[in-house]
Ligand binder design. Structure first.
Ligand code: GLA
Length: 405
């Protein structure tokens, strides 16, 4: 252990998390929110956690243009392993649900210009009770490298969160040691917040992780999405401040295309995840998604806000009753992305009159405002010149705001 710690410190000084990944928020698919731990391949072969699920979703990602928009990671979540390790102590996929093995699955993704992500857990068992990595960190890092996996989501159930400040960096060290670049997705701060009730050291976390969950699991409901947005609005510990190329906060998966959100609420989630420089991990059945929801996921202008090279995470400028204003600086000098949320859920659009100063656009000659989802030019406004917006109940106005010369 002592030796590892020493190596770990050296590694931190020399490299940090210098794996070159996640220069912008990663995009792709992650199965958990929609497909959970569905093991019933006999009666539900299309939806159980199996190689067929990931291959068929990958096929749609390629055929329907998602890959070419940047959705490149196909991520397996919990419930993929056999219940026991093999005779050599190595993890093995469930042989009935992944009969071709994990290396075959990564090759399938790589042949299509995609990447394969996998899930493990720092504790004794995963959250769903499968073998965890405790006492097997190095073995598991090596196994994932042999399988040519590209991303590891590393959860923290069934462990002591007090060990995480050492354990997550140690896993990062073993991943680095394999020589294979792994996008490292950590649940570390989520347990520091949720279990230890402390404010995480986000600077340390960014040194070791590419993305990190810091709040509760998302569920397929507006309440859940809004709770996460509110948590990001509070920004306790200024986690927004550390986001940038190489490391991003992860408010969890997208619900777009699923059952629980209205069309407007799906736009809110997608628009806000873009603003928050969040990973864009789709978790819906892309084989069956309705065209209007697909159009949300494929909106190039919203994706461009998410993928802006500055990598800044939006912060909440203010919240007044049911209206919230959020700002995200973009790479082009002085340009801002602005989101105005109407969280009111009564029956009529909100009519809101504002001027550029009130949305944080301070440039002296005024600004050009263009709505992003539908690419509608709103107009040019002097700093105190007003414009009126109509925002649907539980809806969003998302725009780019460009300073006038
Ligand atoms: C935890 C994670 C989820 C998911 C499940 C799987 O709850 O936060 O995202 O990975 O475990 O069991």
């Amino acid at each position: 252990m002592e030796m590892y710690l020493c190596l770990l410190l050296l590694c931190g000084v020399v490299h940090g998390l210098n794996n070159g990944l996640a220069r912008t928020p990663p995009m792709g698919f992650l199965s958990w929110e929609r497909f959970r731990c569905n093991l019933d391949c006999k009666n539900d072969p299309e939806n159980c956690v199996s190689e067929h699920l990931y291959k068929s979703i990958a096929d749609v990602i390629v055929a329907e243009g998602y890959r070419d928009l940047g959705y490149e990671y196909v991520n397996i979540d919990d419930c993929w392993p056999a219940k026991t390790r093999d005779a050599a102590g190595r993890l093995q996929p469930d042989p009935n649900r992944f009969p071709s093995g994990m290396h075959n699955l990564s090759q399938y993704m790589h042949a299509r210009g995609l990447k394969l992500g996998i899930y493990e857990d720092f504790g004794k068992r995963t959250c769903a009770g499968y073998p965890g990595s405790e006492f097997f960190l190095r073995t598991d890092a090596n196994t994932f490298a042999e399988w040519e996996i590209d991303l590891l989501k590393f959860d923290g159930c069934n462990s002591d969160p007090k060990d995480m400040d050492i354990g997550y960096p140690l896993m990062e060290f073993f991943l680095n040691q394999t020589g294979r670049p792994f996008l490292f997705s950590c649940s570390w701060p989520a347990y520091i917040v949720g279990t230890l009730k402390k404010v995480p050291n986000y600077t340390a976390i960014k040194e070791h992780c590419n993305i990190w969950r810091n709040y509760d699991d998302i569920q397929d409901s507006w309440d859940s999405a809004l709770k996460i947005i509110d948590y990001y609005g509070e920004n306790k510990g200024n986690f927004a401040g550390v986001a940038g190329p190489g490391g991003f906060n992860d408010p969890d998966e997208l619900l777009v295309g699923d059952f629980g959100l209205s069309y407007d609420q799906q736009k809110v989630q997608f628009g806000m995840w873009a603003m928050m420089a969040s990973p864009l991990f789709i978790s819906t059945d892309l084989r069956k998604i309705k065209p209007e929801f697909k159009a949300i996921l494929q909106n190039k202008r919203v994706i461009a806000i998410n993928q802006d090279p500055l990598g800044a995470q939006a912060t909440q400028l203010y919240k007044a009753s049911t209206i919230q204003v959020w700002l995200k600086p973009l790479a082009v000098n002085g340009t801002l992305a602005v989101a105005i949320l109407n969280t009111d859920n009564q029956g009529e659009p909100a009519k809101i009159t504002l001027n550029p100063k009130q949305i944080g656009a301070l440039s002296p000659n005024g600004v050009n405002i263009t709505e992003t989802f539908d690419n509608i030019y709103v107009g040019a406004f002097k700093p105190t010149e007003t414009f009126t917006l109509s925002i649907n109940p539980t809806g969003i106005f998302l725009a780019t705001v460009v300073p006038l010369a």
